[in-house]
Design a protein around this ligand. Structure first.
Ligand code: NAD
Length: 426
């Protein structure tokens, strides 16, 4: 038997499959398991009819993909965006399987979404979309089957509408089906900072693994939103110099280190749209939007968008190390150029797993009906992030492969082992 390789006209799904096949080949994964894991267990497409505020009816396309439940309930967000389609959900669901597996948490992977432009929707229209989406997936979701969460353009309010709809349909409260809920409605303390803390923890572990002094090490961060902010605060607490930060208003650079606490205060409390625009500091330079990518630093953190480092600009990157906070910030051809120059890259699904580990903590608290302190949450998060980093680092050294491939191999092996133990029925 030879593996019949799937491909897709959707670039994201094609890329995810390529990464999977390449790691599966490197580790000598059985052909049958390669076939199984290159496909999704379930893919649901749905129509979502909505009576809009002006009385007209629009029908939106919605989706939920369960890529794998070998290790536990499928876990992954629900995205509201005009580009959402079944293939994109499948690619993202597959990445969630590897992310949860690598994180060592008891979940498989899934993803969902609705093809819509949230900026054009009123709150009432969004609520109707959420309630119909939840009703359509009701037979498939559950604390032990499929546990959705926020993703691009969804957050606490959407999770509450989902949870409320399912709870009413089942005539019992179902808090553990959705994570990312507000704290008063069975959400968890500590979630806001989790991804940024986790990203910075990976950066600090990398310095340790390479015997590089943390005190005074220089860091630049693209994107100063939720993830970038908490990563920056953690780096300065550890003694690093954050010399460059950026958001959609440009790059802010100070060779001796920026006053990060002041920048955070500016974004959170001063600027009406929570931007860096207008932030000033003595000796600081304001540079162009993309200059943050090319600063001469020890560590660069892309924490904004996907595909920012490509074959066209990888040569201009001066950082020696990169920790990927955003999902997919480096394209595969950009990755190859950086690897040939010896740049060490901590891959996204290892570095930004703090978010899904936080979801796991919320789920565990909801199932037990007993809530942790923020200190307990952070202590457990940091411990898991450090262990995961060490596992991938050691495996990569043993096998002589870069961290990205090592991470895929560790992640795939854990799912494969679950399949070997459970058998291939369903
Ligand atoms: P966010 O919306 O809070 O912040 C994004 C930041 O990026 C903003 O400061 C924005 O101004 C900036 N930005 C956007 N376009 C830019 C550009 N062209 N140049 C420079 N800056 C730009 O988002 P976030 O929650 O911090 O997420 C950032 C990335 O991390 C995303 O790729 C997201 O998918 C990923 N991620 C987030 C989480 C999480 O828990 N928030 C978990 C896993 C992965």
């Amino acid at each position: 038997m030879t593996v019949v390789k799937r491909t897709s006209s959707n670039g994201f799904l094609a890329n995810s499959l390529n990464f999977f096949y390449s790691a599966a080949e490197e580790m000598g994964l059985e052909e049958g398991l390669t076939e199984i894991l290159s496909r999704s267990e379930r893919k649901l497409s749905m129509s979502i009819p909505v009576e809009m505020d002006d009385g007209t009816v629009r029908v939106f396309d919605g989706f939920r993909v369960q890529h794998s439940t070998a290790l536990g309930p499928s876990k992954g967000g629900v995205r509201f965006h005009p580009n959402v389609c079944l293939d994109e959900c499948e690619a993202l669901g597959m990445m969630m399987t590897w992310k949860c597996s690598l994180a060592g948490i008891p979940y498989g992977g899934g993803k969902g979404g609705v093809c819509c432009e949230p900026l054009e929707l009123s709150k009432k229209e969004k609520e109707k979309i959420c309630r119909t989406w939840a009703a359509r997936v009701e037979p498939l979701v559950g604390a032990w089957t499929d546990v959705p969460a926020p993703d691009v353009n969804t957050g606490g309010p959407e999770m509450v509408w989902f949870m409320d709809t399912i709870s009413k349909m089942r005539n019992r409260l179902e808090p553990a089906i959705f994570t990312g809920k507000p704290i008063p409605l069975w959400g968890s303390k500590g979630r806001t900072a989790a991804t940024g803390y986790g990203v910075a923890t990976c950066g600090l572990e990398l310095f340790k693994a390479l015997d590089k002094k943390v005190e005074g090490a220089s860091v630049s961060i693209q994107g100063f939103g939720n993830v970038g902010t908490y990563a920056a605060l953690t780096f300065i607490d550890a003694g690093c110099k954050v010399v460059g930060i950026s958001d959609i208003t440009g790059t802010y650079y100070h060779k001796d280190g920026l006053d990060i606490k002041k920048a955070v205060d500016h974004v959170q409390n001063v600027h009406p749209k929570h931007l860096l625009e207008g932030f000033v500091q003595d000796g600081m330079e304001k540079l162009e939007l993309n200059d943050v990518l090319y600063l001469d630093v020890d560590l660069f953190i892309p924490a904004a968008l996907e595909g920012v480092v490509t074959k066209d600009n990888a040569d201009k990157i001066k950082a020696k190390f990169i920790v990927e906070a955003a999902n997919g910030p480096i394209t595969s051809d950009g990755d190859a150029i950086l690897a040939s120059r010896g740049v060490v890259i901590v891959p996204d699904f290892l570095a930004n797993a703090g978010g899904v580990i936080g979801s796991y903590f919320e789920w565990a608290q909801d199932l037990g009906g007993y809530f942790w302190t923020e200190e307990e949450y952070n202590e457990r998060l940091i411990r898991i992030m450090k262990e995961n980093f060490q596992r991938v680092w050691t495996y990569g050294k043993e096998k002589g492969v870069p961290m990205r491939k090592a991470a895929f191999m560790v992640a795939i092996e854990r799912v494969a082992e679950a399949h070997r133990m459970r058998g291939i029925f369903l």
